[in-house]
Write a protein that binds this ligand. Sequence first.
Ligand code: SMG
Ligand code: MG
Length: 367
Amino acid sequence: MIESIHLRRARIELVAPFRTSFGIESARELLYIEVSGDGSTGWGECVAMSEPMYSSEFVDGCETMLRRFLIPLVRRNTTAESFADSVRGIRGHYMAKAVLETALLDRQLRSANSSLGSFLGATQSSVRSGVSVGIQQDIDSLIRVVQGYIDDGYLRIKLKIEPGFDIEPVRAVRSTFGSDLLLQVDANSAYQLGDAEHLARLDAFDLLLIEQPLPEEQVASHAELSKVVRTPICLDESILSLEVAREALDIGACSIINIKPGRVGGYLEAKKIHDHCYERGIAVWCGGMLETGIGRAANLALAALPGFTLPGDTSASARYFRRDVTAPFVLKDGRIDVPTGPGIGIDPDPDFLDSITHRRDEIPLSN
Ligand code: SMG
Ligand code: MG
């Protein structure tokens, strides 16, 4: 039985600013949900950024959604599954739904002494790690940053691109590190269909994929784009549910999917997307949203499912933070171990988490 829900707001500095086509992040504004009952606390970490630039969601908006519409749906016997059913009528707000569903799921799995990995159907005990490299001020800096990550052992490099920082940086990385490097790019919606011929120049560099070149809403345009560009198109921002994933695949808008549980409303939907893609022989990989150890632990459990055949943006704690809120996730031969304990399998360090917390409120439960 659920006894209490707390909403916590915190902030943690990143080790280095992370620049994408939509902005620069130098710290992570955090929102955690803690659901307690039967002697266990379940944790959820919200993936929304502080501003609505990656998607329409933002962390203060998620807090409002949680307080006004989502937490009021929780009863003492609510489960992750019954919560997912009860929010079906609420449109959008996937990141807000996901953080609460994850906390509910973590609590119920901890109480049942079952790990998130085994609940989801994980088949691997560690997952291959890639790293997402922000846009740098020049190509020399980019080469230095990529070299550092390769030295750390990352098995795949993803370069953030935007108009004006695309063909030449990719050419430089490919020619410096050779043809064996697993390399892909992410545009975060920065191009238009009219840029198709320009993007096709990336075909020369043997990339694993181009992630989300066009705006989120333009799913069908990605199908047009894929007639001009030979490099596989992968969708991130556009894929908000199993239904969108199915339709995007049906019309040929993408041939690979980046699964982010936070973007699709939680791990239950993420697993459905995985299962659907697995049946169709479509490769998926686990994206990242600069999560701390709480969100990272859960993503690692998902990334251990059999359809996650490409390395994910599931990097080590040190890629993001000087100190993580949990024991750090570390890279071993380019892989990170999947937690095996109950629920997400890890707890935050309470003193450190309190030291970065600026607000923690109990939200009264309805009966
Ligand atoms: O968690 O390593 C990470 C970040 C991976 O590039 C990453 N995420 O579009 O895939 C993406 C971005 C979204 C967040 S950018 C601030
Ligand atoms: Mg992306």
